[in-house]
Design a protein around this ligand. Structure first.
Ligand SMILES: Nc1ncnc2c1ncn2[C@@H]1O[C@H](COP(=O)(O)OP(=O)(O)OP(=O)(O)O)[C@@H](O)[C@H]1O
Ligand SMILES: [Mg+2]
Length: 349
């Protein structure tokens, strides 16, 4: 034979696509030549799943001339479907001859055998390409989700700061003014209670804002931001050992959030005397660990529909393609480890 073409069926667009050819002068055309199913001889073979043996293609009504494939140089061709047992046609294998030629039944049968052999490989390659595309889509989706979450949090922080907090502050001033002019002891007492409540509410909204906005992260970077959070824990002794790792922004955000929630849990639940925070490369991954020597708990029963901490940590980790391991039992302290595979620490975007 003088030229051989492999076309693959693209189910999404219902087309037959040139995938490879010999001689390799045609290789550059791979992926660019597309025929709708049913059109041209290849399209016909793909649609019907049957061979086409054509001695003189110019007199075959199915033939379509494609200049790039230099149809004028070839006279005869045989086109056979690549079939998978029980499945649809995967592609089409074409053999072209320069001079008019009769392809005998043996030759054609042999070709059909080769085509079926190749069919499995081609199907595998097509599936692989589709999987890769889907994986890239998922990765992009995760990055976008994390960015959107942060945007949302910034918006909410802004709303609290500019709305609720401002009103609380001015309510507090009016209250002070009222306290200054009242002479009624009972009223004075009530106003004092109200003032205390208001300043607690202000404190609450301040805390909510700091929790919502990782300004720390923007200003300081991951290590310094975690160090700063760890430094504000109060009674617990904190040991921090953070390696500078080159991480994509969305990975830093997720790790920061996980560290933040974990440390909050230590303060809220552990009654620990010491907590250790580390960030370090480990083999083909980057690992963040937070371990305390506190009360511990049973991870299989902890966290229900009303708590968000652990659940959102798991969600963040899985969005990253990371694994989150919580090791704890009552009386044994608690350790969490987030392992981000190296190929997930860099941004594709
Ligand atoms: N470091 C820890 N030491 C001891 N117990 C812990 C620790 N971390 C978590 N827990 C237990 O696991 C439970 C679930 O934690 P999670 O963070 O999901 O919820 P929460 O902290 O109670 O509430 P939220 O985080 O929604 O404000 C906690 O209520 C606590 O009992
Ligand atoms: Mg919590």
């Amino acid at each position: 034979a003088d030229a051989c073409f492999v076309h693959v069926v693209d189910r999404d667009t219902a087309e037959v696509v040139l995938m490879g050819a010999t001689p390799d002068q045609f290789d550059a055309l791979a992926g660019t030549i597309r025929l709708p199913m049913g059109e041209g001889i290849s399209g016909w073979v793909a649609q019907h799943g049957r061979r086409a043996v054509v001695e003189d293609k110019w007199s075959d009504p199915r033939y379509r001339y494609i200049p790039e494939l230099r149809g004028e140089e070839f006279s005869s061709l045989v086109s056979v479907p690549m079939l998978r047992p029980g499945a649809a046609v995967v592609g089409v294998l074409n053999v072209h001859a320069h001079d008019p030629r009769h392809f005998g039944p043996d030759t054609v049968t042999r070709l059909e055998e080769v085509a079926s052999l190749v069919a499995g490989l081609v199907e595998g390659a097509v599936l692989h390409a589709r999987l890769q595309r889907r994986e890239a889509d998922l990765e992009a989706f995760a990055v976008r989700t994390i960015e959107l979450q942060e945007l949302d949090r910034r918006r909410i922080a802004g709303d609290i700061h500019d709305g609720i907090s401002q009103r609380l502050v001015s309510a507090w001033y009016h209250l002070r003014a009222a306290m200054a002019i009242t002479v009624e002891p009972a009223v004075e007492e009530q106003l004092a209670v109200t003032a205390a409540l208001l300043s607690e509410a202000l404190e609450d909204s301040r805390r909510a804002i700091t929790g919502l906005r990782p300004a720390l992260l923007d200003d300081l970077g991951l290590s310094a931001a975690i160090t700063s959070v760890a430094g504000s824990l109060g009674d617990v002794e904190v040991a921090v050992d953070l390696a500078e790792c080159d991480l994509a922004p969305h990975v830093e955000t997720a790790l920061f959030r996980i560290a933040q929630e974990t440390l909050q849990n230590v303060v809220k639940h552990a009654d620990a005397s010491r907590v250790e925070v580390t960030l370090a490369p480990d083999g083909d991954a980057v690992v963040l660990t937070v371990s305390d020597d506190g009360a511990g708990f049973d991870p299989s029963t902890a966290g229900g529909l009303t708590t968000f901490g652990l659940a959102s940590m798991h969600e963040r980790a899985s969005l990253l393609g990371a694994t989150l391991l919580v090791t704890s039992s009552p009386g044994e302290g608690t350790s969490i480890a987030v392992r981000v595979p190296a190929d997930r620490t860099i941004s594709e975007a």
